[in-house]
Design a protein around this ligand. Structure first.
Ligand SMILES: Cc1cc2nc3c(=O)[nH]c(=O)nc-3n(C[C@H](O)[C@H](O)[C@H](O)COP(=O)(O)OP(=O)(O)OC[C@H]3O[C@@H](n4cnc5c(N)ncnc54)[C@H](O)[C@@H]3O)c2cc1C
Length: 424
């Protein structure tokens, strides 16, 4: 990775010194003299961009992070909590280092509106906040209304697709399920957050049931025509749970009866003991409802050099909320990478310099198939000046030959490393 000195040189900061931040509205030198960036959402993308803006600008850019939750809770590894192999404490971390070590102003609040003309944000408890640049990394919100009977019933039919209280609800339901019960998980049509995530969950639930309630069954009801990630590897993993996991493709959910935990699908009706519905999703509300350009009315359309919403200068969108480039997954790793590209771009823009014209991002997603064995998929995406979007780099990345124990260890290390990269 490029070190800080190289980076600042590229960004024009080390060479020009702090005078490059002599932009309109700046009130002298020291902390924050290089402009004010507000980051909305302290998840994988937002925490990263906040920390790297402070680190790479050597504290010259003032950064405010607004996050509605008091602590960070990781979706990656949350399937292990549902499978009884990790606890909520293992995936919950504080924002203290961002404050004390990096000087980020962290505000626990909800951003309710964005005025792109005035460059202001309205919050619930902290009034109106002005910015020079804003980075939205709000993740996803669910289109719950598109599944009949689901709205308002998420406690009975949890998604657990945002880690937190829903993760606990799903784990508790699984623990209370009788031996011989049916755990059904429904996967929405792609694109959705974390393509391999639902299949990993099916494996980890089966792993738990095999030991604790072996007469039970996991039904994987997939709206898609086939497994969406690591297909050959998950097919093999499902075979290793023969009799326990049943995979049913082309099964789109129409409605649920939450009380009886019955799912009405296109061609089927399933009564489950635990019904885990991952609803169709779109960009988080603040990104989807602020008049930014959307594709399919769901995902924000961005300029892939600066990640600014197209035609809306100063409003950058990263992570799951944006419309993905070809083969680009909605993943924590990708959001973290995009956070760094955007931190660099904003530093350049505030310095009056052109951002890097050819950013590269990469992704690795590990999936556990049981308590020990994991497998990965990796890819590299480089900006293509003709197509004006990142394209997968041929022959870079790939998938594991098979799930194995050493990758199980790598998967745990990946989580520790990325959490440290964002939050330590
Ligand atoms: C079960 C599961 C397993 C996964 N496993 C992996 C994995 O192994 N590897 C991997 O790379 N990815 C994995 N992912 C995907 C990963 O979690 C997401 O892609 C990643 O979290 C996206 O980052 P983000 O910053 O876009 O959103 P998030 O990380 O969800 O962060 C969004 C934040 O914004 C906050 N927010 C939203 N709106 C507002 C507002 N208006 N005001 C204030 N705060 C707001 C939210 O509270 C949230 O904290 C998994 C996901 C799931 C569900």
């Amino acid at each position: 990775m490029q070190n800080r000195r190289d980076f600042l040189k590229t960004a024009g900061i080390a060479a020009a010194g702090s005078s490059v931040f002599g932009i309109a509205g700046c009130a002298g030198m020291g902390k924050g003299s290089g402009g004010h960036v507000v980051v909305v959402g302290g998840g994988y993308g937002g925490a990263t961009v906040a920390k790297y803006l402070r680190m790479w600008s050597e504290g010259q850019i003032r950064v405010t992070l607004i996050e509605r939750n008091t602590a960070f809770v990781s979706c990656p590894v949350s399937n292990l909590v549902i499978g009884g192999l990790k606890t909520m404490a293992d995936i919950t971390m504080s924002y203290d280092n961002l404050k004390s070590r990096w000087g980020v102003t962290v505000i626990t609040d909800e951003v309710r509106a964005l005025d792109t003309a005035k460059r202001t944000l309205t919050t619930t408890n902290n009034g109106t906040i002005t910015y020079d640049h804003v980075v939205l990394s709000p993740g996803i919100d669910f289109m719950t209304d598109s599944v009949g009977g689901l709205s308002g019933n998420e406690a009975l039919v949890p998604h657990a697709w945002k880690a937190g209280p829903q993760t606990v609800i799903l784990r508790t339901q699984l623990e209370s399920m009788k031996d011989g019960g049916i755990f059904a998980i429904h996967i929405p049509k792609a694109p959705y957050r974390c393509p391999p995530g639902p299949y990993e969950r099916a494996c980890l639930v089966a792993n738990y049931l095999r030991q604790a309630k072996p007469k039970s069954k996991v039904l994987v009801l997939d709206a898609n025509g086939e497994i969406q990630s690591k297909k050959a590897l998950f097919t093999k993993a499902f075979e290793s749970y023969k009799g326990l996991i049943e995979y049913r493709p082309n099964n789109e959910l129409r409605s649920v009866d939450a009380k009886t935990r019955t799912a009405e699908l296109d061609f089927d009706k399933v009564k489950a003991d635990v019904l885990n519905v991952i609803p169709p999703m779109r960009a988080g509300d603040i990104a989807a409802r602020s008049g930014l350009p959307l594709i399919n009315d769901r995902w924000v359309d961005v300029d892939w050099i600066t990640y600014e919403a197209k035609g809306v200068p100063g409003v950058h969108v990263i992570g799951d909320a944006l419309f993905p480039a070809p083969t680009m997954p909605k993943s924590g790793h990708m959001a973290n990478q995009q956070g760094k590209v955007v931190a660099a771009a904003i530093i350049n823009l505030l310095a009056g310099e052109a951002p890097n014209a050819s950013p590269v991002v990469m992704n690795t997603c590990y999936s556990f198939v049981d308590g020990k064995n994991a497998m990965h998929v990796a890819s590299v995406h480089q900006y293509d000046a003709i197509k004006k979007q990142p394209m997968p780099v041929a022959a870079a990345g790939g998938v594991s030959p098979a799930a194995n124990e050493i990758e199980g260890k790598f998967a745990h290390a990946w989580a520790q490393n990325i959490w440290a990269d964002m939050l330590a």
